[in-house]
Design a binder for this molecule. Structure first.
Ligand code: MRU
Length: 343
């Protein structure tokens, strides 16, 4: 299974809106198609969005017909802005766009052909780095997992949300592969159902025992003593460790603390936003009401009703036991220890 596949100027994205009932790829030949695929959540998950945007820039730059270098860079700026405006919360998107833009600027003296080629190479590099980063997250995180453990996860922080392995799911995979008898409880994750549609499917495909529960069942199973740890991914982590992740993560973190269960966040360093001091500064995406009033096109609520649909929430650092990164495990005091990752 490959979430993102680039070949000869075409980006094929595994269509995550169709899983688990249909396994198909959407072909993107222009940067506008790539941007639309991010908006439409054909591809989703912070690291996957970042690498997809990088390929979008490479594809867009490749098609630029410029009369001068200045003209090329003006047009490149438009492409970067289009991709930046797709989704606001996952910082990996902005990190990836900035890295691609810097790559082009650093090659300014070269020919346009060389600049375009270098952008494709940079996107490939980001893809490969993401795979390696996730393997490292898995190895570090595995040190925290005991034998015979049941882990609860929320949303999908798996291979589908990255270039491979996942972040939270990479920890689970690594523990499973090392023979630790790992069971997973997957929250369904309303309204978009990433847990039911994606995590349950991905874990089943990987042969990892998974039990699907509705979001409002997590507290019950924690109280019953069936959950030994929680691992989730992240979309943006502030300097103080406050973490934005899929809506509902905050509730799970509070329940975990109440039940004295460790709550871990697994994320690459590219998910840290070193420019913001706390989670209060994280922009939260608000999505369309019909994701709440309908499930797969079927109306489940009165129409014309007031609806709120924030796609993410922020878990304050005091609920987080540790953050698992490719550089190692970060414990409180987060402010001090997160800064060390920047180096
Ligand atoms: O709206 P989504 O599906 O893009 O949200 C995804 C999440 O919240 C993930 O947990 C997060 O991006 C981490 S993915 C490794």
């Amino acid at each position: 299974m490959k979430t993102i596949q680039y070949q000869n100027g075409i980006l094929n994205l595994l269509d995550q809106t169709k899983l688990p009932t249909e396994y198909s790829y959407l072909e993107c030949k222009t940067y506008q198609e790539v941007a639309k695929a991010i908006v439409d959540m054909i591809v989703r998950g912070a690291p996957a969005i970042g690498v997809t945007a990088a390929y979008g820039i490479a594809i867009g730059a490749g098609a630029i017909e410029a009369v001068s270098k200045d003209d090329f860079f003006r047009k490149l700026e438009v492409i970067c802005d289009t991709l930046r405006s797709t989704r606001p919360t996952a910082v990996n998107l902005f990190w990836a766009v900035d890295r691609m833009h810097k790559n082009a600027l650093s090659n300014r003296e070269k020919s346009l052909e060389d600049i375009k080629h270098s952008l494709i190479e940079e996107a490939h590099k980001m893809y490969q780095e993401d795979v390696e980063t996730n393997q490292s997250i898995g190895k570090h995180g595995n040190l925290l997992i005991k034998e015979n453990t049941t882990i609860l996860t929320h949303c999908n922080a798996g291979a589908l949300a990255t270039c491979d392995y996942g972040t939270a799911i990479s920890v689970i995979r690594t523990a499973h592969d090392s023979g630790k008898n790992i069971q997973v409880f997957a929250d369904e994750t309303r309204p978009y159902l990433q847990g039911a549609r994606l995590t349950a499917w991905e874990l089943k495909e990987a042969g990892i025992p998974v039990t699907l529960i509705c979001d409002n069942m997590a507290g019950h199973f924690m109280k019953e003593g069936l959950i030994h740890g929680v691992i989730v991914g992240a979309d943006r982590i502030a300097q103080n460790g406050d973490t934005a992740n899929k809506i509902g993560t905050y509730s799970v973190a509070v329940l975990a603390k109440e039940n004295k269960i460790p709550f871990y966040v697994a994320a690459p360093v590219s998910t840290f936003d070193f420019t913001i001091e706390s989670g209060d500064q994280i922009p939260i995406e608000e999505r369309k009401p019909d994701e709440v009033t309908h499930i797969k096109g079927i109306q489940i609520a009165p129409l014309d009703i007031s609806v709120r649909n924030p796609a993410f929430d922020v878990t304050p650092n005091r609920y987080i036991t540790a953050i698992i990164t490719e550089k190692g495990i970060v414990y409180p005091p987060f402010k001090e220890n997160i800064l060390k990752l920047k180096a």
